[in-house]
Every structure is written in C-alpha cells, then in structure tokens.
Design a binder for this molecule. Sequence first.
Ligand code: ADP
Ligand code: MG
Length: 167
Amino acid sequence: MSERVYIGLGANLGDRGEALLQALQRMAALPQTTLRAVSSLYSSAPVDATGPDYLNAVAVLETEQAPHNFLHALQALELQAGRERPYRNAPRTLDLDVLLWGDQRLDSPTLTVPHPRMWERAFVLRPLAELDAQRVTAAQLHAVCDQRITVAQDPQWAASAVRQSTP
Ligand code: ADP
Ligand code: MG
C-alpha cells in the first residue's frame, strides 16, 4: 500500500539550490517511490539559530516503503550531500524532514510524525499550504506571519524532477 508523504527540504550552506534539486532527484529515484509535486522555492531566515539564510521547499511523494526505512534513506541522502551535525540547529548543506505520513501518527525515539515543530515554522507551513491548502489553516499561517520568508522561484524550479519521476 502506498502513502502520501510530505518532506520538508532545507539548506543554508554550499550551493543550496543545487543540493535541493539533487535531493529531489535522488528521492524520486528511491525504490517504490514517486515524486508527485514540489512547492515553490522559498528563502527564509534561520529560526532559533544563526547563520546564512535558507532555501526551503516541501515535496509530496508516494511511497510503499515503511516510514523508518524511508527516514534512513533520507539520512543517507543528507550524508551524501556532506551533512555534518556539529551542534543542534547548526547550518547544514541539506536537511530532509518527514512532515506528514498520510494521516498517520508515528511516535518512536527516532521518528515523530507529524513533525513536532512544523507548526512553528513558516518555511514549512507556507510551502505545505501551497501544495495542499487543506493541511494548513489560516490561523496556523497567521501564527508564523512575522517570520522572514520570500518566494525565490516559482514551482517550475523543480518541474524536471517531477516529470522524470512520473511513471
Ligand atoms: P533537525 O532537523 O531537527 O534540526 P536533524 O536533522 O539533525 O535535526 O534530526 C535529528 C533527529 O531527528 C534524527 O536523528 C531523527 O531520528 C529525528 N527525527 C524525529 N522525527 C523526525 C522526522 N519527522 N523527520 C526527520 N527526523 C526526525
Ligand atoms: Mg532534520
């Protein structure tokens, strides 16, 4: 059975746009997985952290993989992109977070879904609302409206990755 899975992508070190595009292509190429859609590309200020601005997006995929297997695959992609974890909320070349796994709730030591901090972050809620307006309320968007975030590129920025993935 396949689930509709929302992934948050972020990068604030290195060639950020290239890292996000490559991550989309690599997620699209994972076994039993199809990349369905990608939001616009956003530029945002770090939240609870210092460092350069982020580029962010949200992608929706369909996968038959189990949640923990999928998380491990995402972590391998982060490592492939040169991700290091020197301290909490450190700047990063690639961050891939599981935001939503269908309508499931998951609570294990290594995977909590819905992502526990997603409702505090404009860089998650804005692109998520763009992909699926049903998933985010106006009140939730309003609660993060003071965070600095702009659209850097329209959704076409990732169109080639979506096209290549569609069977
Ligand atoms: P963060 O994204 O919170 O800044 P990391 O990317 O370093 O931090 O992730 C830290 C840990 O969070 C990972 O080892 C992972 O097991 C755990 N984790 C728990 N829930 C999730 C989730 N929904 N998506 C991604 N990682 C998660
Ligand atoms: Mg993460």
